[in-house]
Write a protein that binds this ligand. Structure first.
Ligand SMILES: Nc1ncnc2c1ncn2[C@@H]1O[C@H](COP(=O)(O)OP(=O)(O)OP(=O)(O)O)[C@@H](O)[C@H]1O
Ligand SMILES: C[C@@](O)(CCOP(=O)(O)OP(=O)(O)O)CC(=O)O
Length: 417
């Protein structure tokens, strides 16, 4: 007869944001522990528009750790997943769920296996920091399930071992990853510089150039530069420490001119043609106004992240971007501008026809030259909150079997087309 007492499944679902660095992490001093060569600072993006949702579950009936990402089972035998699982398991404590009558002791966790199901509400591995939101969510959710008592900064040091930038997704608002000195990485962790309410005027517009898989991942990209570049060593030792101090000041004082100047200067990894067009548009506009209106920043891929000082400038920015990078003629506006669509209204654009009648931005040399279809879509968002636990209705795994819910599979299939 089946042992009824072994039949329980316990689960937790959490949601975690992505982040975009304004002072970049680029280069590691330890590849395995993921220790950086400099501090970095990021803005957490509103999870309403870009986030990861992860359900983690445990049951004595599970015979191995398993994970599904966007509905597909993936291998978690790689070092990064294993480091996160090992580190979080070693900090598990007793769980006593009186409602469900489930007791798990610290010792039990060593032998129990987990099932994980995760879903990104934006394209994975397309330069939109899915690894950041993904590993932060994994560690955060497992921490809740296993009753881990460590604070968010200590959890961030575990998420860091999944993907460096993930440590910054443990907090909302503006976040600093302190590089630390310890060889084991215990002091390489994230702290909050200011919460998301501190500077809530900012609007962030992301131009997603291509949702194809990236050609070079950040991991290999930065490995190549560390090996070849003396400039990188100079950047890490001399340039970034000063920039970090100035950026913290700029954030604390909501000083957009300094924030924009520092963000744009630090974003030096752009290489695609389209990036130069966006940079030139923003720089000419900022110059004409005499004070920065918009900051730009690029990661390893060509997607542009544009931070506007307030909603009014964001509406103007959207007008200029839509003029220069209109959608293909068959596109509908709803799938061309995602996220906070109210900015479109402010920009006076309610239909694809409105895009065609926008005035040419004065920054553009030749107004007849448009780059139709070069931007796949735009996402309008803002600084956002940190991780949260979601209610039981949000579980991605079946509470009885611990396997992905079929309904969820259907949603993924629909979303992924
Ligand atoms: N929800 C998730 N949960 C756990 N791991 C994830 C999740 N989403 C992505 N990942 C991991 O991150 C990898 C993708 O990371 P990669 O750095 O290539 O792209 P990205 O993070 O989207 O882009 P970038 O880091 O340049 O912004 C996936 O192969 C997977 O290992
Ligand atoms: C350009 C960046 O986005 C680099 C991010 O690199 P990852 O965190 O994706 O790299 P790994 O630590 O190897 O997983 C800049 C940044 O986010 O600071």
């Amino acid at each position: 007869m089946a042992d009824e007492s072994r039949k329980w499944v316990l689960m937790v679902t959490a949601q975690t944001p992505t982040n975009i660095a304004v002072i970049k992490y680029w280069g590691k001093r330890d590849e395995k522990l993921i220790l950086p060569v400099n501090d970095s600072i990021s803005v957490t993006l509103d999870p309403a528009h870009l986030c990861t949702t992860t359900t983690v579950s445990v049951s004595p009936t599970f015979d191995q750790d398993r994970m599904w990402l966007n509905g597909e089972e993936i291998s978690i035998s790689g070092g990064r997943f294993q480091s996160c699982l090992r580190e979080i398991r070693s900090r598990a404590t007793d769980v006593d769920d009186k409602e469900k009558g489930i007791k798990i002791t610290k010792k039990d966790w060593e032998n129990l296996h987990v099932h994980i199901s995760s879903y990104n509400n934006f394209p994975t591995a397309a330069g939109l920091a899915s690894s950041a939101a993904g590993f932060a969510c994994l560690v955060f959710a497992l921490g809740k399930l296993m009753n881990v008592k460590e604070d968010y900064s200590q959890l961030s040091a575990i998420a860091r071992q999944g993907s460096g930038s993930a440590c910054r997704s443990l907090y909302g608002g503006f976040v600093k990853w302190i590089m630390g000195k310890d060889e084991k990485g215990t002091d390489s962790l994230a702290v909050q510089v200011a919460d998301e309410k501190h500077w809530d005027e900012l609007v962030i517009v992301i131009a997603v150039v291509s949702s194809r898989q990236k050609e070079t991942s950040s991991t290999t990209g930065m490995r190549d530069t560390v090996e070849t570049s003396l400039l990188l060593q100079h950047r890490a030792k001399e340039i970034v420490p000063k920039r970090i101090l100035k950026m913290e000041e700029a954030i604390k004082n909501r000083d957009f001119a300094s924030f924009a100047q520092l963000t744009c200067t630090d974003s030096n990894q752009f290489h695609a043609d389209l990036c130069f067009r966006i940079i030139s548009l923003v720089e000419k506009w900022n110059k004409a106004e005499g004070t920065p209106q918009v900051a730009y920043t690029f990661d390893a891929g060509p997607n542009a992240v544009l931070i506007a000082r307030n909603r009014k400038t964001a509406a103007l920015l959207v007008q200029k971007l839509l003029f220069c990078f209109p959608p293909n003629s068959d596109a509908d506006l709803n799938s061309f501008v995602l996220g906070d669509k109210s900015i479109l209204k402010d920009a006076g654009v309610e239909s694809p026809e409105d895009i065609e009648t926008l005035p040419p931005p004065p920054e553009i040399k030749d107004p007849s030259q448009k780059f139709r279809g070069d931007v796949s879509y735009f996402i309008c968002t803002r600084p956002g909150r940190g991780p949260v636990v979601l209610s039981d209705e949000s579980h991605l795994l079946n509470p009885e079997t611990g396997l992905p819910k079929p309904t969820q599979m259907a949603v993924w299939i629909m979303l992924l087309g």
